[in-house]
Ligand binder design. Structure first.
Ligand code: BGC
Length: 760
C-alpha cells in the first residue's frame, strides 16, 4: 500500500492534511462588482492596453498593493498550528468561496473585481474538506493529450470555464504543461505528456477554451517542476539551450496558443534559484524574450522573499499564509518606500494583473454564483467524448471489440462495479453522485487523498451494451478470481494506479493487480486488461494477455467511455503522449533523485543528462526499445497513406498526405509527421515530432491532411544570440503511426534560416 502513505512533505509542509471541518466563520455571499458606469476605463470599445493605463492612473498605492497579494481560501487548522505563524489565528477572507484555492481583493470603487481562484486542471476542484462542490471532471490532462485532438481539448476547457464561471470563479489554476521527464512524477496525470509541441498545443487549446468564458487561466508550473519528491527544495539544473528546445518550448507553444493571462511559477528551484525569484525565467525569458504581457503568480507556498522575488518579476504572491511571510503586503510597501523595489515595479505588477482582467473580459463580466444554471447533462457529453478520444488500445490479438457471440463476460477488480478512479491533490474534482468507494477505506484520508472514484461503473455500462451475462468479481482473492475466470468467454481485468500531488509513484499497479492479471491470464487466454493509471506502468504480464486498453483517469463519464470502446460502439483513437519504458534502467535517471522523507534536503536534479532529448527522443538517441512507443495506439479499422508531399514555399515546411480508411468500421487516425535533421545540424536526438492531425473517416473515405512545421522544430537554439537556427541540408520527413512505426519517408532540402527568439 505504498501509495497510500502521505509523505512527510504532504503532511508537514503542504499540510492540507489536517483540514477536516469547515470553521465557524461566516460565509458571505459572493459579491460581483459592477464597474462604475461612465468612467473611461469601462469603455469596452477601447483595447485592453488603453483601459489598463487609464485605470492604473486612478489607483492609490494601497489599491495597487491589494492586487498583488493573494490569500488561501480554505480554512485549515494546520496553518494556525504551524510554528512560524502560530498565533496568527488566520481565517480565509469572508468574501472567498469555501474550500477553494485562493482569493485576491479587488477595488470596488474602481470596478476592479475580486479574484476568486480555483484549481481547474480537469474541472472545478475543491480543497479537502467536508463540503466539496460537485462538478464535472474531464479525464486527466494526460488522457486529453492522448486524444491528440485540439478540438476536444478546447471543448473540455470551455466546459471547465463554464462551470467555473457559474461557480463564481474568475481565475482558473489550470494549464499544467510540465513535460514528462520523470515517469514516476505523481502529477504526470495533470500534464500533457513528453513532447513540447503536443503538450504545448493541447494544453494551450484547453486554456483557450477556459478563457473563452471571459475568465483568467494560468499556465503552470513554470518551470521544470518534473518530480514531486523534494518539490519545495530540489533544484532542476539545466542549460538554457536544452530548456529552450524542450520544457520552455512547451510553455512557449501553450502561451502562444492559449494566451493565458497568468503564469504560475513553480515550487522548485532552477539552477539553484527559486523559480518564483528567478530573474532568468521571469524577467528574461518570459517577459522580455517572449513579450509576455500577463502576470506571474506564485504557486501556493512558492514565494520566499519580498525584494528578490519582486525584482525578479513575480507579480502576485498567492495563497497566504502558505508562505512564511506576507512578503507582498506590508513588506513590499516598505521595500518600495525604502527604494529596494522601484515604484515602477509595483505599477508593472498592477498593470499586468489589470491587463489580464481586461484582455480576458473578466473585468467586464462579473461571476455571480449561479450553480443551478450548470448544464451537467451537456457537460457529461463533453467529458465522455474526451475520455473516448483519449483511450489508447495498446495491444489487441483480436479480443476487441468484444464478440457479440460471447455468452459470459467476467469482469474482475479495480472496483469496476462501482466506478472509475481519479488522481489526487489540489486538482481533485468531486463528482456528482459522490464517491462510491468512500467507505472502503482506500487511500490516504488526508491530502493528497481522499482517493476518489466517480460513480460511472464500467460494469453497469457494459451490462447495458451486451446480451452476454456480465459477472463481477472483486479480485481480492486471486484463487477465487481465477476460478471465476475459467468458464468465461472473455475476462476483463481492471488494474489501477492511483497517483497524487506531493508523492511520486512506482510504475506499477495498485494492490494485487499485477499478480491478479498474471494468474487470470494463465487460466483464461481470452483476457483483456483495462488500465486506469496516471501515466506509464510496467506490464510484467503483457505477453500473456490478449488485449490491453489504457483508459488513464477517464473522468466522470469514464465507465461509459470504457464500455463503448470495449464493445466497439466507438473505435479507440487515442495515441500515447508519452513513452512507456520497459524498465527503469532505460530512463535518464534510473533512480529518482532526492529523499521523500526529507523536506529540507537541497536535492540536485541534473536535467542536462537528457537535455532536450526527453521521452522518445532519449529512446531514439540511445537505441532503446520501449514497452510502448510515443504515438502508439491501435484501432478497429486500418488506414492507408498515399501522396506524401512536402513543400517549402515561403520557407515554411508543409507536409501533406492522403489518409484512407481501408477497414470496415468508422474510426479516427492520427498521422504523425516527424522530422530528422542532417547530423551537422547538431540536434539533441535523431528526430522530433513536427506536427500531426486527427481525422475521422468512414470506411472507404479519404482525406488529405496538411501539417505546417513550426520553424523552431527544425532549428536549434543559440543562447548567445537568442536565435533559432535552421541548418542547411537534407532533412528526412517521416510519416509515422508512432515514434517507432514509420509508414513512409521523403527528403526535403532546407536553406539555412535564422529566426528570432519568438520563432519569427
Ligand atoms: C499546486 C498548484 C495549485 C495550488 C493551489 C499547489 O499545491 O502545486 O498546482 O494550483 O496548490 O491549490
Amino acid at each position: 500500500m505504498r501509495h497510500f502513505k502521505p509523505s512527510l512533505l504532504a503532511t508537514a509542509a503542504l499540510g492540507f492534511a489536517f483540514v477536516s471541518t469547515i470553521p465557524a466563520y461566516a460565509q458571505a455571499p459572493a459579491t460581483a462588482v459592477e464597474a462604475p458606469k461612465g468612467t473611461p476605463w469601462t469603455d469596452t470599445r477601447l483595447d485592453a492596453d488603453t483601459r489598463t493605463e487609464l485605470l492604473l492612473k486612478e489607483m492609490t498605492q494601497d489599491e495597487k498593493l491589494k492586487l498583488v497579494f493573494g490569500h488561501f481560501a480554505t480554512a485549515a487548522d494546520w496553518l494556525n498550528a504551524r510554528g512560524d505563524i502560530a498565533g496568527l489565528n488566520w481565517k480565509p477572507p469572508v468574501e472567498s468561496h469555501h474550500q477553494s484555492a485562493g482569493f485576491v481583493f479587488g477595488v470596488p470603487r474602481l470596478g476592479i473585481p475580486n479574484q476568486w481562484q480555483t484549481d481547474a486542471g480537469v474541472g472545478v476542484a475543491s480543497q479537502v474538506g467536508d463540503k466539496p462542490r460537485l462538478r464535472t471532471a474531464l479525464p486527466s490532462g494526460m488522457a486529453t493529450a492522448a486524444t491528440w485532438d485540439r478540438d476536444l481539448a478546447f471543448k473540455g476547457g470551455a466546459m471547465i470555464g463554464r462551470e467555473a464561471r457559474l461557480s463564481g470563479f474568475n481565475v482558473q489554476l489550470a494549464g499544467g504543461v510540465n513535460l514528462m521527464r520523470e515517469p514516476r512524477n505523481g502529477r504526470n496525470f495533470e500534464y500533457g505528456g513528453e513532447d513540447p509541441l503536443l503538450a504545448g498545443i493541447i494544453v494551450g487549446e484547453q486554456i483557450r477554451g477556459i478563457q473563452s468564458n471571459h475568465i483568467i487561466s494560468t499556465v503552470k508550473h513554470y518551470a521544470y517542476n518534473a518530480q514531486e519528491t523534494n518539490r519545495f527544495t530540489a533544484s532542476s539544473n539545466i542549460s538554457d539551450k536544452a530548456g529552450r528546445e524542450s520544457d520552455l518550448l512547451a510553455f512557449q507553444f501553450a502561451i502562444e496558443t492559449g494566451n493565458p493571462a497568468s503564469v504560475m511559477c513553480a515550487y522548485n528551484r532552477v539552477n539553484n534559484v527559486y523559480a518564483c525569484e528567478s530573474d532568468y525565467l521571469l524577467n528574461e525569458v518570459l517577459k522580455k524574450d517572449w513579450g509576455y504581457k500577463g502576470y506571474v503568480m506564485s504557486d501556493w507556498g512558492a514565494t520566499h522573499s519580498t525584494i528578490p522575488a519582486a525584482n525578479a518579476g513575480l507579480d502576485q504572491q498567492s495563497g497566504y499564509p502558505f508562505d512564511k511571510s506576507n512578503y507582498f503586503a506590508g513588506p513590499l510597501k516598505e521595500a518600495i518606500e525604502n527604494g529596494f523595489v522601484k515604484q515602477e515595479r509595483l505599477d508593472d505588477m498592477a498593470r499586468r494583473i489589470l491587463w489580464g482582467l481586461f484582455s480576458t473580459g473578466a473585468f467586464d463580466k462579473p461571476v455571480p454564483v449561479a450553480e443551478d444554471q450548470i448544464d451537467f447533462k451537456a457537460h457529461a457529453a463533453v467529458t465522455q467524448a474526451d475520455a473516448e478520444g483519449g483511450i489508447v488500445l495498446l495491444k489487441n490479438t483480436g479480443l476487441l471489440p468484444l464478440a457479440t457471440t460471447a455468452k459470459k463476460i467476467v469482469v474482475i477488480g479495480g472496483y469496476a462495479d462501482k466506478g472509475v478512479i481519479s488522481g489526487g491533490g489540489s486538482s481533485q474534482v468531486y463528482g456528482q453522485g459522490g464517491n462510491p468507494v468512500k467507505d472502503l477505506g482506500l487511500g490516504p484520508k488526508a491530502f493528497p487523498g481522499p482517493l476518489t472514484y466517480y460513480p460511472d461503473s464500467p460494469v453497469e455500462a457494459l451490462k447495458a451494451r451486451t446480451k452476454a451475462e456480465v459477472v463481477y468479481h472483486d479480485g481480492k482473492d486471486v484463487k477465487a478470481a481465477v476460478k471465476a475466470a475459467k468458464g468465461a468467454d472473455v475476462v476483463i481485468v481492471f488494474g489501477t494506479q492511483w497517483t497524487g500531488e506531493s508523492l511520486d509513484a512506482e510504475l506499477k499497479l495498485d494492490e494485487n493487480a499485477d499478480a491478479l492479471i498474471d494468474a487470470v491470464a494463465k487460466a483464461n487466454k481470452k483476457t483483456v486488461v483495462v488500465l486506469q493509471t496516471g501515466g506509464p506502468v510496467f506490464m510484467p504480464w503483457l505477453s500473456k494477455v490478449g488485449a490491453v486498453v489504457e483508459a488513464w483517469y477517464p473522468g466522470t463519464k469514464g465507465g461509459t467511455a470504457i464500455a463503448r470502446v470495449l464493445t466497439g460502439e466507438v473505435s479507440p483513437s487515442g495515441r500515447l503522449p508519452v513513452t512507456f519504458a520497459a524498465s527503469l534502467d532505460q530512463l535518464p535517471r534510473p533512480k529518482l533523485d532526492g529523499d521523500p522523507k526529507s523536506d529540507t534536503i537541497r536535492t540536485q536534479v541534473n536535467y542536462d543528462i537528457e537535455g532536450a532529448a526527453i521521452g522518445y527522443k532519449w529512446f531514439d538517441k540511445k537505441g532503446l526499445k520501449p514497452l510502448f512507443a510515443f504515438g502508439h495506439g491501435l484501432t478497429y479499422s486500418t488506414f492507408g497513406y498515399s501522396d506524401l508531399k512536402t513543400s517549402t514555399a515561403g520557407d515554411k515546411l508543409r507536409v501533406s498526405v492522403t489518409v484512407t480508411n481501408t477497414g470496415k468500421v468508422a474510426a479516427s487516425d492520427v498521422p504523425q509527421v516527424y522530422v530528422s535533421a542532417p547530423a551537422s545540424a547538431g540536434w539533441e536526438a535523431p528526430k522530433r515530432l513536427g506536427g500531426w492531425d486527427k481525422v475521422a473517416l468512414k470506411p472507404g473515405e479519404s482525406k488529405t491532411v496538411t501539417v505546417t512545421v513550426d520553424p523552431r522544430l527544425l532549428a536549434t537554439f543559440d543562447s548567445a544570440s537568442k536565435t533559432w537556427n535552421v541548418a542547411a541540408g537534407a532533412y528526412e520527413v517521416i510519416l509515422a503511426r508512432s515514434a517507432t512505426d514509420t509508414a513512409s519517408k521523403t527528403t526535403v532540402t532546407l536553406n539555412a534560416q535564422k529566426y528570432d527568439v519568438r520563432g519569427k
